[in-house]
Write a protein that binds this ligand. Sequence first.
Ligand SMILES: Cc1cc2nc3c(=O)[nH]c(=O)nc-3n(C[C@H](O)[C@H](O)[C@H](O)COP(=O)(O)OP(=O)(O)OC[C@H]3O[C@@H](n4cnc5c(N)ncnc54)[C@H](O)[C@@H]3O)c2cc1C
Length: 400
Amino acid sequence: MVHHDVAIVGGGCVGLSTAKHLAEGTDLDVCVLEKEYHLAEHQSGRNSGVLHPGFNYPPDSVKAEFATAGTRRMKEYCAEHDIPCEECGVLVVATTDREEAYLDELAAQAEANGVEYELLGSQAAIRDHEPHAAGQAALYAPEAASVDSQQYVYTLGREIQQAGVELYLGHEVSAIHRSGTGYRIRTSNSDVEADYLVNAAGLHADTLAHQVGVGEDYQVIPFRGEYYELVPEKTDLCQTMIYPTPDPELPFLGVHYTRRTDGKVIVGPNAVLAFGREAYENTDVDPGELYETLSYEGFRKLIASRTMLSVAAAELNKSYRKRAFTKASQRLVPEVRGEDLQKSYAGIRAQLVSADGELVKDPLSIETDDAVHVLNAVSPGLTCSLPYGEHVADRLAAKV
Ligand SMILES: Cc1cc2nc3c(=O)[nH]c(=O)nc-3n(C[C@H](O)[C@H](O)[C@H](O)COP(=O)(O)OP(=O)(O)OC[C@H]3O[C@@H](n4cnc5c(N)ncnc54)[C@H](O)[C@@H]3O)c2cc1C
């Protein structure tokens, strides 16, 4: 059986960034076990591809620190490795007085986090940036960028292999056992032994952690985010990125417009309970995983709240009725019509929920003497991936 000092389970942006930082900062013999035969098949390759520069997160929070640093580091990384990345800026639009008041809070957060911003106080000022957007005020953050997340992940994969990391594709970890001083890891291919473990398995990270008695108070609840895209003749309706003012009570941003680096304009995502951890279509059901979600006490407590129930109903409506999705899209760009929107891809967020029914909003990793389990690499996890992977690598290296 092959042996490595460190086994990282999961070849998403977090696992690969951890491998990169371990390879750069230590002499440890590291491997990555990835279940798919291609990288970027799940969250890291199915997202909006936006670098969020940190105005959305409270000062002193881990998210603010990682998002602000992550945006700047990712831009440098993309430039160095020729990965498409466009610093086009984002316009966060307020359509009500309440939202306009919240823009001041976002501006204060941007100030405290050292993020550039400009407040725009009129429809005319908004239209100077985005001729088709409607709103009474907006915050413009020029540092936001659009990145090709799949190219980023492929590049990380190539880079770690060049640095000596063994990348095992098509190795699905089915069981992790303690073995004397380390771990014996059973996969769908060959088994592996390792002294130290990093669990960065995204949508399945909780299941693996539970096998070794870690994180039993938490479970991943999968929330699908579905996108439409503007038909090619209508992509001029959005030049850069148009976002709604976020609701601080809710974990997901509302439907927004993002111009990707390939010129497509994606609209979405919504946030609907997925009936399986990889249920990418709204007709996909994994009965075992659905039962796991519905029988989890944390989930039942979460949806017992009136707000969550009404949000869930509205999101389901947007998933099954295009008219409802179009209506949500028209809030920011009134000119958009149903025929301008065509179905695009979907991604599934691994949202950690605690047994007492709380959505965990900050990144969460749980450590033992010889492992780091990344249980909540929550959005904007792509933006945060370089500093977060470095953090996980440092924590692991400190145990050796
Ligand atoms: C719809 C959507 C939109 C988003 N938009 C943005 C955005 O615009 N900006 C931003 O910064 N963030 C965004 N995010 C969040 C971001 O994509 C994630 O936070 C980030 O990709 C998480 O990376 P990860 O490596 O933890 O997970 P993943 O990319 O899911 O990687 C986990 C890997 O583990 C593998 N794996 C799982 N189980 C096993 C097993 N048993 N054995 C071996 N391998 C296993 C999987 O195949 C997968 O490759 C978005 C997410 C979604 C879903």
